[in-house]
Design a binder for this molecule. Structure first.
Ligand code: SAH
Length: 402
């Protein structure tokens, strides 16, 4: 018996099921597992052994999830300890070098699997870091991760928003509160010179959609003189960007009254922006798009940044209908020559499918339109080449023919 198996619990793969691991994909599904030797507890690090007895890596064991283990390292000899997490956190943060400056004080510091830390998200908003742990392995190493984050220069608080639904699948209870330091009265970030307050305790995800940094900059650059509709506006990200870019009017819609209240406050906080050009509406997007059309409204620029309709490929069909519906109505609302910035953050809908859906929407809307640009997440949201699931956010810039 190989020495590694005598040393403690281990996980053995079925014959032929080591392929994805050899391609450096970090997930081991339950169906690939031939057996578990010993009795590892949830979150324990176990050596992963191929059918041929070869050590393939070391992974965090998660007994209740379909993703039975997530690989920390493909190096069989690397020690997975507090120092390992300090190194991985430092590497992730170093990779964001240059993304934080006086005009940009928000940035994703750790993006899970794509930063070699499955189940770990950390977003920096000024002096506060919001951390989200969503796997048994991440939970096991919580203290080491918090310590590494808290040691970052200029950080006074690490706040934990480990309350995503996926924790239930991992057998973990939700946790929401300060993990280290003191939470400032107000947490905010500056993006492209605009200040946004972040509700770290109750906002969506960790409080702000940092992944849309580049897209907001692009919309800002396109907005001059355009009457704009911002659907799914959340706390006003694209609204403020469009106003800063000289939009003549921005109508912003969201179904969350809390998000809208913060959006209004965010606009007020940026005194240089023309607040009189903004109108806010608390409404369901699907109904509101039809209502606007019935009322004869039209726009020069529409932003559609909906929530994740398809978390996985299994939801793709229903999600496709939802994407098609909103894009169809948005295209109808566009004036000739108008622009549509349309997004999908669903992993289950890839870029090719999304383009087809929007194409179908244009056809049904009777709109002659073309793709004139593409959007993706900013550089602080890397997608490891070995981890296609990381490629979740895509956007198209569409121009309706004049
Ligand atoms: N564009 C935003 C992020 C959008 S997140 C930014 O840059 O910050 C998606 C938003 O859609 C959330 O604010 C959520 O409240 C809203 N939402 C979800 N379902 C909705 C619906 N049916 N109608 C209107 N808004 C909805």
């Amino acid at each position: 018996m190989p020495a590694t198996r005598a040393a403690g619990p281990s996980l053995r793969l079925k014959h032929g099921r080591d392929r994805s691991l050899k391609l450096r994909h970090p997930w081991i599904f339950s169906g690939a597992v031939a057996g578990v030797d010993g009795a590892p507890a949830s979150g324990d690090t176990v050596p992963v052994i191929g059918d041929d007895g070869k050590l393939l890596g070391q992974a965090a064991y998660s007994p209740s999830s379909q993703i039975r283990a997530r690989v920390w390292t493909f190096d069989a000899l690397e020690c997975v300890d507090a120092a390992f997490f300090a190194r991985r956190v430092a590497m992730a943060i170093a990779a964001r070098d240059g993304m934080l400056d006086a005009d940009h004080t928000g940035c994703r510091l750790i993006h899970g699997e794509s930063d070699g830390l499955p189940g770990v998200i950390a977003d920096r908003y000024g002096e506060t870091i919001v951390m989200q742990l969503s796997s048994a392995g991440a939970e096991r190493w919580r203290d080491s991760i918090v310590e590494a984050l808290a040691a970052q220069p200029g950080v006074i608080c690490v706040y934990e928003r480990s309350d995503a639904d996926v924790r239930t699948i991992e057998g973990l209870a939700p946790r929401n509160g300060v993990a280290s330091g003191t939470l400032p009265d107000t947490v905010s970030l500056v993006e492209a010179g605009l200040r946004y307050e972040v509700d770290v305790a109750a906002g969506q995800k960790t409080g702000f959609y940092l992944d849309q940094r580049d897209s907001r900059a692009a919309v800002r650059a396109l907005a001059a003189g355009r009457e704009t509709l911002n659907m799914f506006c959340y706390t006003g990200g694209f609204t403020l960007a469009a106003l800063a870019g000289g939009a003549s009017r921005v109508l912003s819609v969201d179904s969350s009254s809390g998000a809208l209240a913060l959006a209004r406050a965010n606009l007020a906080r940026n005194a240089m922006l023309p607040a009189e050009r903004a109108e806010w509406r608390d409404a369901d997007a699907f109904a509101e798009l039809r209502k606007l059309r019935d009322a004869g409204a039209s726009f020069d620029l529409v932003v559609l940044d909906p929530p994740k309709f398809a978390p996985t490929a299994q939801h793709a069909e229903r999600a496709s209908r939802a994407y098609k519906d909103i894009n169809l109505w948005a295209l109808k609302l566009l004036r000739p020559g108008g622009l549509l910035a349309t997004f999908s953050c669903s992993s289950g809908v890839d870029a090719g499918l999304f383009r087809k859906i929007v194409g179908g929407a244009a056809l049904d809307a009777g709109a002659d339109a073309a793709v004139i640009g593409r959007f993706g997440p900013s550089a602080d949201h890397p997608a490891a080449l070995a981890f296609p699931e990381g490629d979740y956010l895509k956007g198209l810039l569409i121009r309706k023919s004049a």
